[in-house]
Write a protein that binds this ligand. Sequence first.
Ligand code: HEC
Length: 143
Amino acid sequence: MILAFGQQALAADAPPVRSAQTMWMLNCQGCHRADGGGTGSAVPPMPGIVARFLGVPGGREYLIRVPGVAASPLPDDSLAVLVNWMLKKFDPENIPGHFTPYTPEEVSSLRKLGAYGEEAGAIRVALMRSFVPVTSTVRLRDH
Ligand code: HEC
């Protein structure tokens, strides 16, 4: 009993960064890899790219409605923490100055619109076409 209390106290004291990292390890990195680098053509890389979706219309919604997020077993509040962490972790330099972090309420309403299905890849390419071309390292995946 005392041990159980002790473990709960430890979990509650754990910094949010640590728990987001743990959620990433358990739920996402099997596909996205620990460093967000993805697996080549099947799972696209995040570094240098993922936060750029925040800068184009529909991109903020896209980041939540991709199947890995919207259809995740994780609850809305965990996903809000996780996606905010992911943006800072893998693409801090491209987070727009006007960015406001996702809240559990926003994640909840976007998830209610439904997870994308197979169209996710096409939506991704369309959004990337509207990225402002600031760097030559970002290439469209269908090219
Ligand atoms: C089964 C493999 C898989 C898992 C598990 C997965 N994803 Fe993904 N994710 C993908 C693929 C593939 C894409 C590209 C879009 C598409 O085709 O669905 C993607 C796209 C994304 C995107 C949009 C960024 C971009 O570059 O397109 C975000 C954000 C994202 N995933 C976050 C997560 C998070 C957070 C988790 C864990 C809760 C997660 N994913 C779990 C496969 C996965």
